[in-house]
Design a protein around this ligand. Structure first.
Ligand SMILES: *Cc1c(COP(=O)(O)O)cnc(C)c1O
Length: 413
């Protein structure tokens, strides 16, 4: 499908057809495509400074972005990469190197949640627990351990999401008690494990994970690459648990979906362990384009849009309206575990079709809607700028695509 231009939540194909971008082009877009404010910032930036190396040099865009991110998260040090997977690499390397510099070289292993996704470079695959992405590269990967996911769908009869979280915490506690002396960090996707199929968990899990990481001297890495920047209702997902991670990985929405950029934020304590005249104690991750001025400026413009538009409050209204529009889908007799958080909706479909996702995607496209289920989970993660017509289009298109896909079940037999 050749897309020629995009505006707001709409993608326009060469043949003139338009498609509502119901998944924000793989979760990167926030304020719609071709946003005039981000465009203007980029045009201004490229006229001033395209790029300068960040070693020994600095520039306004990277300083401005770093100060804004520090104010938003309470983590005052930022290291810039090019994408989400490299943010994972940076956080893992920095955590293990911190322990080495602190006199604990044995603390060099990692633990993640079952079904976790943190990117697909060789290091990141070590903490990505999705067999499909890992299988072909298994001999290359140094596999981390996993602890059970607090996924609220795994509740035992009568269990609340909080109870389910508590059960997962007991398993984490047991794991850390045994392995903490060789473990550098626990990496989590706060509140929503998106690639696992929008698996959601109670914030209590994060609160208790923080307590356990403190008790066992293990870093807590919050991978907010997908859930950051207002996606779950708060600016960052971990904030709903009232905790402060040791590392935060950001990418995807960081530039509003315009340019590839990632950031790893960390604490004064971690920073101080690297601040030394001895180069070997320094954090060595030489990325040529680190802190690229254009990408940083797009990120600053994106953060300005949060302030200018009151996006978090406005999203609450959008979510309420979209919830109402999507209720026929949530109540559909073949839908299980209809769930919603912030600007994420997901529905598991009770179907026997083995290629459900492909078929559903095809029907949704025929209805002018880009949705791309994960397995049998249909989800919507739209840009924040849906008007009434776009919401209606999304809700009607998703329901029509579901009906059309399920109608193919009978042809199967
Ligand atoms: C997308 C994603 C990544 C990887 O980001 P890329 O830019 O695609 O490498 C890492 N973690 C999470 C939670 C993600 O959703």
């Amino acid at each position: 499908m050749a897309i020629e231009r995009a505006q707001g939540p709409w993608l326009y194909a060469r043949d003139g057809q338009r498609y509502l971008d119901g998944i924000s082009s793989w979760w990167v877009n926030l304020f719609g495509h071709s946003h005039p404010h981000i465009q203007a910032a980029l045009i201004d930036q490229i006229a001033r400074l395209d790029h300068v190396m960040l070693a020994g040099f600095t520039h306004t865009a990277v300083v401005d972005l770093s100060e804004r991110l520090a104010a938003l998260t309470g983590l005052g040090h930022a290291f810039y990469g090019s994408d989400g997977a490299s943010a994972t690499e940076i956080a893992l390397k920095m955590s293990a190197h911190y322990w080495r510099n602190a006199g604990h070289p044995d603390k060099c292993r990692f633990v993640g949640m079952a079904g976790g996704y943190h990117g697909e470079t060789v290091g990141a695959l070590g903490v990505t627990d999705i067999a499909l992405f890992r299988k072909a590269y298994a001999p290359l990967v140094r596999l981390a351990d996993t602890v059970p996911s607090p996924d609220a769908r795994s509740a035992l009869p009568g269990e609340s999401p909080k109870d389910t979280a508590q059960r997962a915490i007991a398993a984490l506690q047991e794991w850390l008690a045994e392995h903490h002396s060789t473990t550098a960090a626990f990496i989590v996707e706060p509140l929503v494990q998106c690639a696992a199929g929008m698996a959601m968990h109670d914030a209590e899990y994060l609160r208790q994970a923080r307590t356990l990481c403190d008790r066992y001297n293990v870093h807590l890495v919050a991978d907010e690459i997908a859930v950051g920047f207002g996606r779950t209702g708060s600016m960052f997902a971990h904030q709903q648990a009232g905790i402060r991670p040791d590392f935060i990985c950001l990418s995807k929405g960081l530039t509003g979906g315009t340019l590839a950029l990632s950031a790893v934020l960390t604490t004064d304590t971690v920073y101080a362990a690297f601040y030394d005249d001895d180069v070997a104690r320094g954090f060595l991750h030489s990325h040529s384009y680190t802190g690229n001025p254009l990408a940083c400026r797009a990120a600053v413009a994106t953060l300005e849009l949060f302030e200018q538009t009151g996006a978090l409050a406005r999203n609450r209204q959008t979510a309420q309206a979209l919830n109402a529009a999507l209720s026929p889908l949530a109540l559909h007799h073949r839908v299980r575990h209809a769930r919603h958080l912030g600007m994420i909706w997901a529905w598991d479909i009770d179907t026997t079709l083995p290629d459900f996702a492909r078929r559903f995607h095809h029907h949704a496209m025929a209805h002018g809607l880009l949705l791309r289920p994960i397995g049998r989970t249909v989800y919507a993660m739209p840009p924040y700028v849906l008007d009434g017509e776009a919401m209606d289009h999304l809700a009607r298109g998703a329901l029509a695509a579901l009906e059309a896909t399920l109608a193919e079940e009978t042809c199967q037999v």
